[in-house]
Design a protein around this ligand. Structure first.
Ligand SMILES: [Zn+2]
Length: 112
């Protein structure tokens, strides 16, 4: 009575254990700050929610900042009763400052 199990053939199929393989798709992937969907790092528009990458202020924000600067310049001219030459310079300075402030206020943003 010998229990000889040689030749029965061992099952070696369990060798191909699913290793935690590094998904090559994971590199260069970023998450959309709007919908948190995955997209390419180089993508400018989110394929999930359509959010667009913006740098700096939008056109509408720049218009508002510029108009605000212009209003400040006009107010300055009216309040100080300065001449129109001085007023024009004040307006130009205020618009320039407003433009710079408006641009520096915003970095990269994702807007829908
Ligand atoms: Zn998105």
């Amino acid at each position: 009575m010998t229990t000889d199990q040689s030749g029965s053939g061992g099952d070696k199929r369990s060798e191909s254990v699913s290793l935690p393989m590094k998904d090559p798709e994971m590199s260069g992937i970023q998450l959309c700050p709007v919908c948190h969907g995955k997209m390419r790092q180089t993508a400018e528009i989110c394929p999930h929610c359509g959010a667009e990458k913006h740098f700096g202020a939008t056109h509408w924000e720049m218009i508002r900042f510029t108009l605000g600067g212009l209003v400040l310049g006009i107010l300055f001219t009216v309040v100080t009763r300065a001449g129109w030459a001085v007023g024009a310079v004040a307006c130009a300075a205020c618009v320039t400052i407003a433009f710079i402030v408006g641009q520096s206020r915003h970095g990269h943003r994702w807007l829908k």
